[in-house]
Design a protein around this ligand. Structure first.
Ligand code: GMT
Length: 379
């Protein structure tokens, strides 16, 4: 098949999933065209059957807000027309699914067609899409897609609750991991000094938006550090990073917190962690938690959104009430202070991630969806 993929190319779970999916599809023989404003961060420079088309937004003094959505629609139309794409797969509803709808309408003018598949990832439904200024266009774009997927049961249910979306089915296709890459044994420890000093490594990876509650990460760490020797590794960057750094200073634990900034390849880091912290306010899936589990890293997270579909409480991690820093610290100490308990959770985590979220199985679900969509006739 010839497939176009549009996503947010900078740091974020939806861009990571979209890129890994494109790479996996190309490895299975499909031709994949990424259509985005920047090369996706997980996309290597060259791979057979993978192409990158940059969306350039024309600047003009009149445009206080350059119309990216339109430039994207034009580029989608051009790439479909010139390369004979059969499917446009949009990750994150707005504006991608809206632009794809415009591109498809333009193609119809010249007797061509393309199927639009939209994958809902999270705040496109739970926050942004429900804002007054975006609600109707989000609902419209979902309903006009030829197929819609959500990354968790939770997100599918939220979509129906928030938008109704009459006449559209939302198929759940979970996020996935490459078991060969996200594997503890595949990478040497990136923190040999901490290991030599007998310190456990706690880790958090995100784009440091308010929804991630990064200050809670530091608060949990401070409590764990009072009970056992450990360091905290913070990977990523975003609006709340300064607050997290301030919190670490205020709590007097700054010397043991390492802020690494944005890092493209997180598997080698995760493979050296002992515990992953994800105290998010909301999380439709929690890709970073899944990647941690696959690396044999138990997860302590808030019991929100789709996280319980990923983390098995008491088996592969521990789920606590939102904002309950005390309970999260207690859970962390519970697993880190008992070597046998940690080992059991680590093995269960790696096995469960492979059993339920292996790339091969999930990519096959997308292929099947594309095939069914191509065979379908639009109502
Ligand atoms: O929806 C977002 O907030 C952005 C998106 C992203 O690009 O990081 O995150 C969502 O998609 C990820 C990949 O499917 C999920 O793992 C995240 O849970 C989800 N984020 C939220 O729901 C806050």
């Amino acid at each position: 098949m010839k497939i176009g993929i549009t996503c947010y190319p900078t740091y974020g779970g939806s861009g990571a999933v979209a890129t890994e999916l494109g790479i996996a599809l190309a490895a299975r023989g499909h031709e994949v065209h990424f259509i985005t404003y920047q090369q996706p961060f997980r996309l290597p420079n060259f791979l057979p059957r993978v192409y990158f088309h940059e969306v350039e937004v024309g600047r003009y003094p009149l445009f206080e807000f350059p119309p990216y959505d339109l430039a994207l629609a034009v580029k989608m139309h051009e790439v479909v027309r010139d390369h004979g794409l059969e499917v446009l797969h949009c990750h994150y509803a707005i504006p991608h699914a809206t632009s794809a709808w415009i591109a498809r309408e333009m193609l119809h003018e010249s007797g061509q067609d393309v199927k639009v598949v939209t994958t809902l990832h999270g705040t496109d439904i739970t926050i942004v899409g429900q804002e007054r200024s975006f609600f109707t266009i989000t609902k419209f774009s979902i309903e006009k897609s030829d197929a819609v997927t959500a990354v968790s049961d939770y997100l599918r249910d939220e979509t129906f609750k928030a938008f109704g979306c009459t006449g559209c089915e939302v198929e759940v296709i979970h996020n996935f991991i490459d078991p060969a890459l996200f594997a503890r044994a595949a990478h040497p420890s990136p923190f040999p000094d901490a290991v030599a000093a007998g310190k456990r490594v706690l880790m958090h990876i995100s784009n440091f938006r308010a929804v991630k509650r990064v200050r809670d990460v530091v608060r949990v760490f401070a409590k764990v550090r009072a009970a056992l020797p450990c360091i905290l590794v913070m990977v990523g960057d975003g609006p709340e990073r300064v607050e997290a750094e301030d919190e670490a200073r205020d709590l007097g634990v700054h010397a043991d917190v390492r802020f690494l900034g944005k890092i493209d390849s997180v598997a080698p880091l995760l493979a050296g962690a002992d515990l992953f912290l994800l105290p998010s306010q909301s999380e439709s899936f929690g890709l970073s938690a899944l990647e941690a589990l696959a690396c044999g890293v138990p997860v302590v997270a808030s019991r929100v959104g789709g996280v319980p579909e990923v983390v098995r409480h008491g088996e592969t991690g521990w789920l606590c009430d939102l904002g309950d820093v005390e309970a999260m610290a207690t859970a962390a100490i519970h697993v880190l202070s008992d070597a046998a308990r940690w080992q059991a959770a680590s093995e269960a985590a790696a096995a469960d991630a492979r059993a339920r979220f292996a790339e091969r199985d999930v990519v096959a679900q997308y292929e099947s969806l594309y095939e069914r969509t191509l065979a379908s006739v639009r109502a």
